[in-house]
Design a protein around this ligand. Structure first.
Ligand code: NOJ
Ligand code: CA
Length: 559
């Protein structure tokens, strides 16, 4: 066994100081409307989260990130915000938010909220004001309004399409058009407008003053736009370089001026408030700009989420991401599942993409989720192995509600129960839309909504949820839930400096590395069992027999 590469050890990077809590945190994403319903109206709520603090504590996560809970007409699952400084009455109140935050903090769990700065909803008071105000008025300048083309301005200013399908411009009563990257109910803010900038600083302070520890920044790369008088066509746009910082619509260099201002606000607090960017940008070095300490400080990497369950893909991604983190001074982030993608238990139960273009799992969802094409148990086995590997990596681990139960994607939601705009607007965004990973959680094996609430659930839960209930899994030592709990508890004990040293045993299907303190990790991506190195096994994703790690399994041990 020889050492083939190693990170530059830097003992100072890892610190347990209060301001560095996020560097290697396990962050659990809650999609509030689908987590727990405290009042039986079918919609998850903040009191529901408060009621589950003991569960979250026993899971062993360091922080929760809440997807939007703000007032919203739900044109895009709450990412259409009516008021950034309030709570949707269907979900609770600001007092409930304070109660929830206090309970989470008392349980040692930090709170991260979602900030949606690229667009508001069309019900936001400033958009309503813009609609009522004349062309060219200051109220219109907070958004991107323009005259149309054609003799009477009857054509949109450009032929751009919106992310969930349809045109990116919508016409208003007086004939002008406004830009929306997503649905027509999500008008894009004009970030050249000083009032918009000020208002977001106010929002950040509002939540930070309420005790929020950090922010997840939605589509952080889209805010600044260069909308010159002559707009390029869709075809021209598609041909433009997206990684030079000069594309008219995305990842422009000037966006970092905004985050430098935000950083000043974060640093007004003690400890400084944390932020993580959602930025689907072209290259790791473009992503690094969002993770800089002068900016948001951390950025999601979706590389693992796009990969097959494959040793060489994982190895390349891990090596590359650790190197990028080392260059920025931030830490790496690892994500397998979130509210926008097919759950990873399902992705790993399907044919791997093997380099084919496309988003994993999407074709299957589009085909209506044929059960015969899905290896249900294999998907969970591989997901557990991958997760146990990921939880041993330096950096932050982002987990999505329900993955700790080994939940699969729900593919068979009837059309009349679906909510995701990408389904209705005919976009290719994610197959049949993203509702399949947003179905309310099964807490109990029976009952009207499997313990989610006293009555039904806002998205239909399939019968097979009965076999995944949290209460059943709590009682089962070998359950996915207990694997997550044990792994997260051990991770706390074992975690030290943000370094990793690869070992090579000559088997291409195996990834093996050591973290400081003798935390040794072996992940077997192949199907044949392998000899385990000498040492005490601390945890494994599958049973170890006669010193052998089965195929598609990960083990942590101490030499
Ligand atoms: C990314 C969010 O994760 C997604 O759910 C949302 O639809 C878009 N941004 C638009 O806000
Ligand atoms: Ca409710």
């Amino acid at each position: 066994m020889s050492i083939i590469s190693s990170q530059t050890p830097d003992a100072d990077t890892w610190s347990t100081s209060a301001s560095n809590w996020w560097r290697q945190a396990a962050v659990y994403q809650i999609y509030p409307r689908s987590f727990a319903d405290s009042n039986g109206d079918g919609i998850g709520d903040l009191n529901g989260i408060t009621g589950k603090v003991p569960y979250l504590k026993s899971l062993g996560i360091d922080a929760v990130w809440l997807s939007p809970f703000y007032p919203s007409a739900l044109a895009d699952g709450g990412y259409d915000v009516d008021d950034y400084r309030d709570v949707d009455p269907r979900i609770g109140s600001l007092a409930d938010f304070d109660k929830m935050t206090a309970a989470l903090h008392a349980g040692g769990i930090k709170v991260i909220v979602d900030i949606v700065p690229n667009h508001s909803s069309n019900r936001h008071v400033w958009f309503q004001e813009a609609l009522a105000a004349p062309k060219g008025s200051p109220a219109r300048q907070r958004y991107h309004f323009r005259d149309g083309k054609g003799g009477k301005g009857e054509l949109p200013p450009s032929d751009w399409t919106a992310a969930f399908g349809g045109p990116a411009w919508t016409q208003v009563d007086d004939g002008q058009w406004y830009l929306h990257t997503f649905t027509p109910e999500q008008p894009d803010w004009n970030w050249d407008n000083p009032e918009v900038r000020e208002d977001f600083l106010k929002t950040l302070r509002f939540w930070a003053d309420r005790g929020v520890d950090g922010f997840r920044v939605d589509v952080a790369n889209l805010l600044v736009k260069d909308l010159r008088s002559e707009l390029p066509s869709r075809q021209e746009l598609d041909a433009m370089d997206r990684s030079s910082g000069t594309h008219p619509l995305m990842d422009r260099d000037e966006v970092h001026e905004i985050y430098a201002e935000w950083r000043k606000v974060f640093n007004e607090y003690d400890p400084p408030r944390f932020a993580v960017a959602e930025a689907w940008v072209e290259t790791a070095s473009r992503r690094a700009k969002y993770a800089s300490p002068e900016g948001l400080g951390q950025a999601f990497s979706f590389d693992l989420l796009m990969a097959d369950f494959n040793a060489s893909q994982f190895r390349a991604i891990i090596t590359d991401n650790l190197e990028q983190a080392r260059l920025t001074g931030s830490t790496t982030t690892w994500v397998f599942s979130n509210h926008d993608v097919t759950r990873h238990a399902t992705r790993y139960g399907l044919e791997p993409l093997n380099g084919r273009p496309g988003k994993p799992g999407v074709d299957w969802v589009k085909a209506g989720g044929p059960r015969q094409a899905l290896d249900v148990e294999g998907g969970i086995r591989r997901a557990k192995a991958a997760t146990l590997l990921m939880l041993a990596l330096p950096g932050s681990a982002y987990l999505y509600q329900g993955e700790e139960l080994g939940l699969h994607e729900v593919a068979d939601i009837p059309a009349d129960r679906r909510q995701d705009p990408s389904f209705f607007r005919g976009a290719e965004y994610d197959g049949l839309g993203r509702d399949g990973c947003r179905v309310p959680l099964p807490w109990e094996p029976s009952g009207p909504s499997f313990g989610f609430g006293a009555n039904g659930a806002h998205l239909p839960q399939p019968d097979w949820f009965a076999g995944y209930a949290a209460s059943t899994q709590e009682a089962d030592n070998a359950s996915t839930l207990n694997l997550y709990r044990k792994a997260l508890a051990l991770r706390h004990e074992l975690q030290g400096a943000e370094t990793l040293e690869w070992k090579d045993d000559g088997n291409e299907q195996v990834l093996e590395f050591v973290r400081p303190g003798g935390w040794h990790v072996v992940a077997n991506f192949g199907t044949a069992a392998i000899e385990l190195p000498e040492g005490k096994v601390l945890i494994s994703s599958a049973g170890i027999e006669s010193g052998k790690l089965p195929g598609e399994a990960t083990a942590w041990f101490r030499a």
